[in-house]
Design a protein around this ligand. Structure first.
Ligand SMILES: *Cc1c(COP(=O)(O)O)cnc(C)c1O
Length: 398
């Protein structure tokens, strides 16, 4: 969680700017706010950083994915191809938009497999919700080709991939919409928050209105605005935006530090030929928030996880057992449990969620270990860590 490691005077200064005017609301109050527009400034900084034409900042990454889907017109009965390995917000967003999640396999990029996407396409497929897991991009070129061939909308859940690129282009800017999360655990944080980027002006307007009760935000008078459509409230506050703005200014520095620290961790893993790294088609675009690698089989991988814990190597994720990142543990989603009746309960589903078979994804995730890369480690701390990892791995392989 690099962003939170670097909280300091910069975040406090931005928050204090807002507190000084007392205008915590992101719209209107043009006279009282004395030129302080943190949400707007943050949106500009995200657009500038990613190279997207438009950016809109909202209350969470989940809201960003949901609003992004809605803005693209995804609704009742639309099938959306999703990965079984993601933070489950991606799946929730499809369900609450009225769509039907259709699970395809992941491959050794730990993102959706193009071959499996092709198999999952039906006449009702409307979109692909591509998740760039753990800060890097998978087979984007081939997935874009599939979208073109089958006229599918690409939604990039880039919640974990702000700063990741493929051949120089930013995650989130390949599809119709890209979504980032600024929650407490992401590369940069606003406490809670999310961003939607798009190059399509109409989609941007849809997002802007949908996330604020349909208000079109034209003119200085909130009560006098037009409402092109209905919407909900996924607004951010100026306080959250202020923190996010200070954090965005640290992103370049974070990426450099992560890449350096990642290199050292990768070197020690490379000493063990039975371990294989996650495949990243353009490795230079890895944001390096995680180092992801595979053990030779589930049993050995579990031994490695245990050995790393014994040596005191913290922040190693074994997603196979994690309650909200892999489908194996999503009993509530497989049973479609919800507090209210949703469109999906009535929809015709091409998959039987309770008896889904995704052998390739199971075989990948049960061998996957992800190490968090921090930015605050000193050289000495990193050397100690590397030594502990080496000792743990030797205990398994020698
Ligand atoms: C974190 C995350 C989200 C949701 O973001 P929140 O800001 O926590 O709502 C969505 N998708 C993925 C892949 C994530 O990692």
């Amino acid at each position: 969680m690099p962003g939170v490691e670097l909280f300091g005077d910069e975040e406090r200064k931005e928050v204090n700017d807002v507190m000084a005017t007392g205008i915590l609301f992101r719209y209107n109050h043009d006279n009282e706010r004395k030129g302080i527009w943190k949400a707007k400034e943050l949106e500009k900084s995200i657009a500038d950083f990613t190279g997207a034409k438009h950016c809109h900042f909202v209350s969470s990454g989940t809201a960003a994915v949901y609003a992004g889907m809605a803005a693209c017109g995804i609704g009742l009965g639309d099938e959306v191809i999703v990965p079984p390995y993601t933070f489950l917000a991606t799946i929730e967003a499809v369900m609450f938009a009225g769509g039907i999640p259709v699970f395809a396999e992941i491959d050794d990029t730990i993102c959706l497999s193009p071959a499996s996407i092709r198999k999952a396409i039906t006449p009702k497929t409307r979109a692909i919700a591509l998740v760039h897991m753990c800060g890097a991009i998978g087979h984007i070129e081939e997935i874009l080709k599939i979208c073109k061939e089958h006229d599918l909308i690409l939604i990039e859940d880039s919640a974990q991939a702000l700063g990741a690129t493929y051949k120089g282009q930013h995650a989130g800017t390949f599809g119709k919409v890209g979504c980032y999360s600024f929650d407490f655990f992401k590369i940069v944080t606003s406490g809670e928050g999310g961003a939607i980027v798009t190059n399509d002006e109409q989609i941007y307007k849809n997002v802007d209105t949908f996330t604020d009760h349909g208000h079109d935000h034209i003119g200085p008078m909130r009560g006098m605005e037009q409402h092109p459509n209905v919407g909900l409230n996924f607004r951010t506050s100026e306080l959250h935006a202020a923190v996010g703005l200070a954090q965005m200014r640290k992103l370049d520095k974070i990426l450099i530090a992560q890449k350096n620290n990642h290199k050292k961790l990768k070197a020690v893993i490379s000493e063990f030929p039975k371990l294989k790294f996650r495949h990243i088609p353009d490795e230079s675009g890895d944001s390096c928030t995680f180092l992801c690698f595979f053990g030779p089989d589930e049993t050995t991988t579990r031994q490695i996880v245990k050995a790393l814990a014994t040596e005191g190597v913290d922040s190693c994720a074994y997603w196979y057992d994690n309650m909200y990142h892999f489908i194996k543990n999503w009993d509530h989603i497989k049973a479609l449990k919800s507090v209210n009746k949703l469109p999906i309960h009535e929809s015709q589903k091409p998959q039987d969620y309770a008896n889904l078979e995704l052998p390739q994804s199971y075989d990948i995730v049960n061998r996957l270990i992800s190490m968090t890369v921090k930015v605050g480690w000193t050289e000495e701390e990193l050397d100690i860590r590397v030594e502990k990892i080496r000792k743990a791995l030797k205990s398994v392989f020698n």
